[in-house]
Design a protein around this ligand. Structure first.
Ligand SMILES: Cc1ncc(COP(=O)(O)O)c(C=O)c1O
Length: 389
């Protein structure tokens, strides 16, 4: 019989922002104060844009105030319209940016292994209204970029990737931002690399970057001319300064997360019904999430039961991405949103669970989380802590 482990004294959340030394951030802020320049492409912004272009291997990269606006601008820059084929297994922002551009999202089912949009499901949805494919490198697992590219070429479609989770991922050594016409990165505080709020758009060439840069600054060409109906997508100097300091410690955070992932993989491998998602061969892991899939039949416990019971131990897991976007009130009326057309996404949304994952989790913390999981799955639900004795 597995003894009941003690709960954590404080909640252990699924993510914790990577914080640079306050002293170093303050020094950088002192330079910002000195400059008297808080936004509109200041020195911090220019430096971060350059450093990130090099780090991510994306020569045509623009910084943004968040990833959602970056994706909205990508749609504008590429002149998308009509319908765009996308995945239901993602964060709300993905289909919302289409709606904000007056575009109808068309949901395609996902691949059962990678959980990214299934190229075989895309093809039958292409019609005269389709202008693009919007894939999501969900959890940092790359979409099937070659197959998507082939479909896009055949039907003259644009390809945009939501790479919110894919910072630093590569496929056979090629940077993730080098695929498609544009790739968005999110730098929200919960991301491996962050600027508190922020994002970036990597695009295929210098001309497109010029258009993106115009669009993110109200379309202003110069003092006398406004060329386009742009928006305010600019990253502030305070965020850019944070980004520069976070970039200095991101590799260290990556190795800490790899340590955490190795413990989880070893410990959870003992359960037949819990399968840890690992990056496919030839893919460099973005180390954004640690995701498991719960097979309720072989585990004897559902994903929901495990999620709920871990709360009793102050362990906060997340069911990203349930509900599916196709189940939201604003999209469920769409023909492509019907569950019968999305059987794989519907099934996996019930299986996935994101575990606490950040570098400052000590070995002992990870073992305690695994002990709690062992305990939860070893007994029927009503024997959990807090249940009547
Ligand atoms: C898949 C995905 N797309 C888009 C976004 C939105 O990014 P942001 O919060 O930077 O606007 C997120 C946010 O976490 C996300 O997970």
């Amino acid at each position: 019989m597995i003894p009941r482990p003690p709960p954590f004294a404080e909640p252990v959340y699924v993510a914790r922002p990577l914080l640079p030394s306050l002293e170093q951030y303050s020094q950088r802020l002192a330079a910002v104060w000195e400059s008297g320049w808080l936004t509109n492409g200041g020195a911090q912004h220019r430096a971060l844009e350059q450093e990130l272009s090099a780090y991510l291997g994306c020569p045509h990269l623009s910084l943004f105030n968040n990833g959602t606006i970056a994706l909205i601008v990508a749609c504008q820059a590429l002149r998308l319209r009509g319908e765009v084929i996308t995945t239901p297994f993602t964060f709300p922002a993905t289909p919302h940016v289409l709606q904000w551009n007056g575009i109808t999202p068309v949901f395609a089912d996902v691949d059962p292994d990678t959980m990214t949009i299934d190229p075989a499901a895309i093809e039958p949805l292409v019609n005269g209204q389709t202008s693009a494919i919007l894939g999501v490198h969900v959890y940092g697992t790359p979409c099937e970029v070659d197959a998507i590219d082939a479909i896009a070429q055949k039907s003259a479609l644009k390809v945009v990737y939501d790479g919110a989770h894919a910072f630093g991922a590569t496929i056979s050594g090629k940077p993730i931002g080098a695929f498609g016409d544009a790739t968005m990165f999110s730098f929200h505080a919960t991301k491996l690399f962050h600027t508190a709020e922020g994002g970036a758009l990597a695009v295929r060439d210098a001309q497109l970057k010029e258009r993106v840069d115009l669009l993110k600054n109200f379309g202003i060409l110069d003092e006398n001319r406004v060329a386009l109906p742009g928006i305010n997508g600019k990253m502030s100097e305070l965020s850019a300064a944070m980004g520069i300091e976070v970039l200095r410690i991101v590799e260290r955070e990556r190795s800490e997360r790899a340590r955490v992932a190795a413990i989880y993989a070893k410990r959870l491998g003992a359960h037949e019904g819990i399968v840890a998602m690992r990056p496919p061969e030839k893919v460099r892991d973005s180390l954004q999430y640690f995701v498991v899939r719960v097979d309720a039949r072989s585990l004897g416990s559902t994903r929901d039961a495990l999620h709920d019971r871990l709360r009793d131990f102050n362990i906060v897991t997340r069911k990203y991405f349930q509900p599916l976007c196709s189940e939201y009130d604003c999209y469920k009326h769409l023909p492509s949103a019907q569950p019968s057309r999305l059987p794989v996404a519907t099934r996996i949304a019930r299986e996935v669970l994101c575990l606490p994952f950040y570098g400052s989790l000590g070995d002992d913390d990870v073992h305690r989380i695994c002990d709690a999981i062992d305990f939860c799955v070893s007994r029927p639900a009503r024997a959990g802590p807090g249940a009547p004795k």
